[in-house]
Design a protein around this ligand. Sequence first.
Ligand code: GDP
Length: 146
Amino acid sequence: MPLRNEFMATERTLTIIKPDGVAAGLTGAILAKLEQAQLTIRGIRRLRLSTAQAEAFYAVHRERKFFGDLVRFMTEGPVVPVVLEGENAIARLREIMGATDPSKAAEGTIRKLYASNIERNVIHGSDAPETARQEIAFFFAEADLV
Ligand code: GDP
């Protein structure tokens, strides 16, 4: 099988190790899994989101009934946003993360291994090229991606 074909593209995507993952000391284990999957770290930070930042980041979900809980969860402690780059990085990150609900996540995925429930699911990943661009810009200046 060729290493590259015309359906492949080098992409950037955003992941966030959520407060539950950071608090449980899983930052290193999760980053190791991503790097082992040939996703290269181009930018990394550690910060605590304000309520306004969490509401803005998850604005697409503001009408959902779990929005308040989600914002409380995402602000309860530090998070680690990371820009990843690789072939088909957006879809591959989603695959390695596993389904939103860990009870439905495939064996070996990060959420299957480490998530507690549908809310406290240890990791975020951008779902499409446009959201990846927006979410990367939410945390990083282009000049900081090296
Ligand atoms: P993702 O793209 O797999 O992260 O899933 P979504 O974009 O649908 O949801 C964003 C985040 O909201 C999820 O990762 C969970 O942390 C949280 N979430 C999603 N669905 C639910 C739900 O039904 N209840 C609660 N409490 N949280 C949810």
